[in-house]
Design a protein around this ligand. Structure first.
Ligand code: GTP
Length: 525
């Protein structure tokens, strides 16, 4: 097939189910999707499969709040660079390295008045304060201005005082203001009308990707509202998130914000990829890197996770879809919270698939703690990593110059500690194409669902419990809730009965998830 033919897909086509292991083995150079089933036998039973069709199915990315916007804009800037697109006007440079069409999964295109193509991200940018967007005017050049909400325009239902306040690190403010906020350009348009319009520009909507932090008010509260509304309006469309967890000391009320947001991540998303600033900062500290520019580093690592995870969607010969990645990540399990890790974390250099895998799984089959972007490390000597059992795992390799067989052997060489009841499969995707003129650096991103997630959730439960001075949320009355520290703004914004409901429901969902992940290490859930 001529290379250009890869891009000439005018009608959406349904891809083969990548998890169908009975499919005949096919190979196309440089691109494979592989599932490895671990068993007592040698890995010869492994089957390999690739897409039989190219797909044009689209993902709409929604960036919410300061963190969501900063991380999201980095992502879009990286995509623009990858395809030689100017972030100022969406024009593509015409030199030979950048003539590939950007993936329609992420961009739609129009025309400039001079007839040149203009690539527009399928992105919606939401914040209740205009600061980040004002600071990034240049990067916004290729965004659709009608898809930007800055918290400057609201519908008439909101009183002046409420309009002025932003979200102030308060989930309840973000959640209650979200339905009233309006687009910057088309002032009448609500967030969900923007989403509906953006959906109308897709011919086969695959998924939504929400990027946000769970600690501040907008990313958590408005992010929760958006996730809830997406699930209501598009029940069969996949929802994935990149959810940034905070450092312990970032925001006083972050345990409340995290609890309320986790309810939506657990109940309404298909996959929430959790990245913790604390973990990333820990990696930086262990490498004795200077504290200056840490947030920059945090975002670089998060960007690496996002680019690695979506590589199969962008690789010209592959053109996978977010929903397929989610299917591979989840397998037949109902788990939807994922811990990522990437390799190499710093100082990218060319290393082999075997070395990449060794930075994810150690020789005893345990996940390498140093490299975890969501799981707590545990104190030295405790057996956190030993008790951590893997439920599902997916590695996406990028730019490995090794053969398909070598990469497959590298994945096969590790013996991960799977939960006793889990289907022992470490899936992987190998994307080989590089658009860079330099020799490509090999890298990989792994996302796992594992029983260790219970520790992440327990940390949130513990922080909430400390805020409540040990009082039980389940037994609490509205009168008692009113006496809880820092609860007044939540009560004001939501009203007392709704506030109590929100907290109690969220607590039930959180403790249910803790139970699920805890049991995952031992028994069939
Ligand atoms: P409000 O400020 O209340 O309107 O909410 P918001 O969602 O805009 O707040 P923000 O996104 O700043 O959330 C606060 C949390 O996000 C804190 O834990 C910050 O450390 C983290 N954060 C903010 N910006 C960034 C960023 O660019 N990168 C990373 N990794 N974390 C960020």
């Amino acid at each position: 097939m001529p290379k250009s033919a890869f891009y000439l897909v005018s009608q959406p086509q349904i891809t083969a189910d990548v998890l169908n292991l009975s499919q005949p083995t096919q190979r196309r150079s440089g691109v494979t999707l592989t599932a490895r089933r671990y068993s007592a036998q040698k890995p010869s039973s492994c089957k390999r499969f690739v897409h039989s069709q190219y797909t044009v199915i689209q993902t709409i990315t929604i960036c919410v709040g300061q963190c969501g916007l900063q991380v999201g804009l980095d992502f879009w800037t990286a995509l623009a660079k990858e395809y030689g697109i100017s972030v100022k006007d969406g024009k593509q440079a015409t030199n030979s390295l950048t003539t590939a069409l950007p993936p329609a999964a992420f961009f739609h295109y129009g025309k400039h008045t001079d007839g040149s193509r203009k690539y527009v991200p399928r992105a919606i940018l939401l914040d209740l304060e205009p600061g980040v967007l004002a600071d990034n005017k240049e990067t916004l050049g290729f965004m659709n201005p009608a898809n930007i909400v800055t918290g400057e325009h609201f519908d008439a239902a909101l009183d002046e005082e409420t309009k002025a306040a932003g979200a102030g690190n308060n989930w309840a403010h973000g959640f209650t203001k979200a339905p009233h906020v309006r687009s910057r350009r088309v002032r009448g348009e609500s967030v969900m009308q923007i989403v509906k319009r953006e959906v109308s520009h897709t011919n086969r909507l695959d998924s939504f990707l929400v990027v946000h932090s769970v600690a501040g008010g907008t990313g958590s509260g408005m992010g929760s509202w958006v996730i809830e509304q997406l699930r209501l309006s598009y029940p069969s469309t996949s929802i994935a998130t990149v959810s940034v967890f905070p450092n312990a000391s970032d925001v006083t009320v972050q345990p409340y914000n995290m609890l309320l947001t986790l309810r939506r991540l657990i109940s309404h998303t298909d996959a929430a990829i959790i990245v913790s600033n604390e973990n990333i900062d820990g990696i930086l500290q262990r490498q004795a890197a200077p504290a200056k520019g840490r947030q920059r580093f945090d975002n670089d690592v998060i960007l690496r996770v996002m680019l690695g995870w979506t590589a199969a969607i962008r690789t010209p010969t592959q053109r996978s879809a977010v929903s397929e990645l989610i299917r591979m990540m989840r397998g037949p399990r109902s788990v939807n919270l994922f811990c990522p890790s990437c390799a190499p974390v710093r100082n990218p250099r060319i290393i082999r698939a075997k070395a990449l895998m060794a930075s994810f799984v150690d020789s005893n089959g345990y996940l390498v703690a140093d490299n975890q972007l969501a799981l707590p490390r545990g104190s030295p000597g405790d057996d956190l990593s030993k008790s951590n059992k893997i439920i599902t795992a997916l590695t996406v390799f990028q730019n490995t110059t090794e053969s398909v067989e070598a990469v497959e052997a590298a994945v096969g060489a590790v013996r991960p500690a799977f939960a006793p009841w889990a289907i022992p499969m470490w899936k992987h995707i190998q994307t080989a194409s590089s658009r860079s003129p330099k020799p490509p650096s090999a890298s990989a991103v792994t996302v796992v669902s594992c029983s260790g997630m219970a520790h992440v959730l327990r940390k949130v439960e513990g922080a909430v419990s400390r805020m409540l001075s040990g009082r039980s949320l389940e037994q609490m009355t509205t009168e008692q809730l009113k006496k809880v520290p820092f609860m007044d703004t939540y009560l004001q914004a939501l009203g007392a009965p709704e506030c109590l409901d929100q907290f109690q429901e969220a607590y039930t969902v959180l403790t249910g998830a803790i139970e699920l992940y805890t049991q995952a290490a031992h028994a069939r859930p």
